[in-house]
Each structure stands twice: as C-alpha cells, then as structure tokens.
Design a protein around this ligand. Structure first.
Ligand code: USQ
Length: 397
C-alpha cells in the first residue's frame, strides 16, 4: 500500500513508519517538524540523540534499501498544500498522528491552549475535508487516546468506543442503542481528541469516510525491532515535565538518582502499552479497515493497567531510587480504578510485551546509556492545571 504517515517524525510516528516500510509498504511522512520546534521553545531535547528526519531516512535506505519519503507540510495551516499533495499522491491509507500530544504542554498558558486546539482540530478537519473534496477513499487511521473516556472510579469496564444504552420511548417501551462512550477529557489536549471523535462520527456518517480511531494508553519504551537496526534510527525519548510520560520519566529519574516524581498519592490508575506493541496494533488496524458507510471503528490500544505509585515502586525495585510524593500539578481524581476492554486487538493476534518483562532492558539499554544527556533542571512538572494549583507546586523533591 501507499501510506501517508502524518506526524511521522514523532514518538510513535517514526517507529510506525519504519515498521510499515519494513513490511514493504510505500511510506510518505508528512510532518511540519513542530515537535522539534517545541523542544527548542522549551529548551529541552530528547534523551536519545536524534538526527534530522532527512538523515534518519537516509540511514534507513542505507541499512535496508527501502525508501521513506519526507514532505514538509503543516496540516493545520496549509490546507491547499495538503489537498494538492493528497490529490497528486492518492494514498491507500492515511495514518494521522499530526497533533500536539502532551497534556501538560496544552495547559501551560492561554497561548498553549489556543495552539493545541487550533493545531489539533484544524489538522483533523482539514484532512477529512480534503479527503471528501478529492473523493479519496483512503482508510484513515487516527491515533486517539484512552483519555477521551476519563478514568472510571466505579470499576465498570470501559468498552471499545461505544456504550449500549436503553432509552425509554414515550410509550414506555425501552429501545437500545449504541452511543459514543461519553467524553470526559482531563486536559485541553485530551479535549481536542474528544472533538476529533465528533468530526470522525460526522464524516463517516455523512460522506462514508472509512475511519479507525485508536484509543491508546500511555506508551512506554523506546526501541522497536527497526529502531535497533542502527544508532541513528533511534526513537525519541522525552523525560521533561511537559512531554515525558510517567513511566519513561520514572526510568530516567531512577537512572540518575533523582527521586521518582509521583503526583499526589499516586493512586491514579492508567492504561499502558509498549511502543513495539503500539506499532504492531497500527499494522493490525490497517489490515482490518471498516467498509464504506460503516461507523467509525474504535479499538482500545492498551495492554495493561497500573497505579502510578505501584509503577514507581516497581522501577525503584528494579533500578534503585527513592519515591517522592509531590503536590499534583493536575486536576484529576486522586485515586481511581480502571478496567478496560481490549479484546479486539488480542483477537487479531496481538501478543503484548509485559511491563514486568520489558522494563529492565529499557533501564539498561536506554536510561543508563544516555543518562549523561539529562538536564536535571528540566525534570520538574511545572505546568499547573489551574491558577490556584500553581503556587502550591514544590519543584524540587
Ligand atoms: N504522573 C506522575 N508523575 C510524573 C508524571 C505523571 O505521577 O512525573 C501522573 C500524572 O499525574 C497522571 C499519570 O501519571 O496521573 C499519567 O501522566 P502522563 O504524563 O504519563 O500521561 P498523560 O498526560 O495522560 O498523556 C500521555 C500522552 C498522551 C496520551 C495519554 C494516554 O502524553 O499523548 O494520549 O498519555 S492516556 O493517559 O491513556 O490518556
């Protein structure tokens, strides 16, 4: 297949591009390189030394003989350029990662809130709009988030996208219907993914666009089979307070002897998936496209759930280190249960990498290896969810 990977320079986009290229697909990365600009804005850099996208694709060709094409396009701002590219190239599938993905970054200031909403919602809408205008019947696979559901406190399992409900008619009978699971975002970023869901629902219904939405949990890990092929193919690894996700942050904190930064009681339960499983899920989703006129297909892309404090203790046990309980910069439930259904990917053949089994190699291969590149001053999470939380933050555990 000819596949456009929008946001193919990012944390999941890059290993996905490599994975699909290795399977023989023709890969075109469309990216505005905004993630690299945000690094510059924040004064941080990936833990792993990361080359330019052009250099990465050159090394991929040198190592495998396969080509990945790169196109510098801003989906949110250059609608006509995007439309022209789609019209000239007419891909069979489009994978959409091209959104600002960090919740803390989206809550930093009014400017960051505006940027996240404008960028994410426009990118998704421009894409759908152009596909319809061009009669492009490509399968659109979008990387969404588990965060659209909010985090259950009642222990009921979260279904894969749709919730069956019984509605009482005027005559007193009960009719059943499946609705999109009620959106309950916990940040501006997560809210944009909820808005994406509505755009997808409308375009699938109105224009028959074939869409798969992947509700992904927190990704951990760095390497996939392909990123290991050459040092210059390495994936990015964020550890800073805005972009670093919780488990990867704990790993690097343990590696440099920084107290593990648990927010609040650490009673937050979240869904997780290894980056290798994430790229495999995208491959599986591509293979099982919905038919034209079918509703949006939704998968829960996660493999296990963990409580934040349990993760911190697990990392401290494996890699050493002390756990620090800090004031929570976020507005979120202090404790929650989380039960998630994920049978669809398991039925398609996903064989998950477990955290307990994969964690140690991550500590040795990545965290300890690149620990010398860490700027300790960029570890604290300083983006507060509300103005009254900001002054209570203690940034130095
Ligand atoms: N947390 C800590 N200490 C830290 C960092 C985070 O206790 O040093 C806590 C947070 O308060 C939160 C949990 O860990 O309760 C998860 O935080 P996170 O930064 O790892 O994840 P999140 O902000 O939810 O966002 C990440 C990705 C996002 C993706 C989402 C999936 O950045 O792109 O959509 O995970 S999910 O969480 O399932 O919504």
């Amino acid at each position: 297949m000819k596949i456009a990977v929008l946001g193919g320079d990012g944390f999941v986009g890059w290993p996905t591009s490599l994975h699909l290229s290795s399977l023989g697909h023709e890969i075109h990365i469309l990216d505005n390189l905004s993630r690299r600009w945000i690094d510059t804005e924040l004064g941080v850099q990936s833990l792993t030394p990361m080359d330019s996208i052009q250099e990465r694709t050159r090394i991929w060709h040198q190592e495998t003989g396969r080509r990945i094409h790169f196109h510098l396009i801003d989906l949110a701002r250059d609608y006509e350029v995007l439309k022209r590219w789609l019209s000239e190239n007419r891909p069979d599938a489009i994978i959409h990662f091209a959104e600002q993905r960090a919740a803390p970054y989206s809550m930093k200031s009014d400017r960051h809130k505006n940027y996240t909403v404008n960028n994410n919602v426009n990118a998704t809408h421009n894409l759908l709009n152009a596909m319809v205008e061009l009669d492009l019947d490509a399968h659109l696979v979008h990387l969404g988030t588990m965060g659209v559901y909010g985090y259950s406190t009642v222990g009921a399992a979260i279904p894969e996208g749709y919730l069956p409900v019984g509605i009482e008619t005027m005559g007193g009978a009960t009719v059943s219907q499946e609705i999109l699971y009620p959106a309950n975002p916990g940040s501006i970023y997560h809210m944009t993914k909820c808005l994406d869901q509505l755009l997808f629902q409308f375009y699938a219904k109105n224009d028959g666009v074939r869409i798969t939405d992947l509700h992904q949990g927190i990704v951990w890990g760095t390497h996939t089979e392909q990123t290991r092929l050459h040092p210059q193919l390495v994936n990015r690894f964020d550890y800073d307070g805005d972009y670093g996700t919780v488990l990867n942050r704990f790993l690097i904190q343990a590696a440099i002897g920084y107290p593990l930064t648990v927010h609040g009681t650490g009673g937050q339960t979240r869904a997780f998936i290894h980056v290798q499983d994430s790229v495999r899920c995208i491959e599986l989703a591509l293979r099982s496209a919905p038919k034209r006129g079918e509703r949006v297909k939704i998968f829960n892309q996660m493999t296990e759930t963990h409580r934040v404090r349990d993760l911190a203790e697990m990392v401290a046990r494996i890699a050493g280190g002390r756990v620090a309980y800090l004031p929570n910069p976020r507005k979120e439930a202090a404790e929650n249960d989380l039960v998630v259904r994920n049978e669809q990917f398991l039925a398609l053949g996903l064989d998950p990498i477990t955290l307990e089994a994969g964690l140690l190699s991550e500590v040795i291969d990545v965290a300890r290896k690149f620990a010398y590149r860490v700027d300790r001053s960029r570890i604290p999470a300083v983006s507060a969810w509300t103005k009254d939380i900001a002054p209570t933050l203690d940034h130095d555990p």
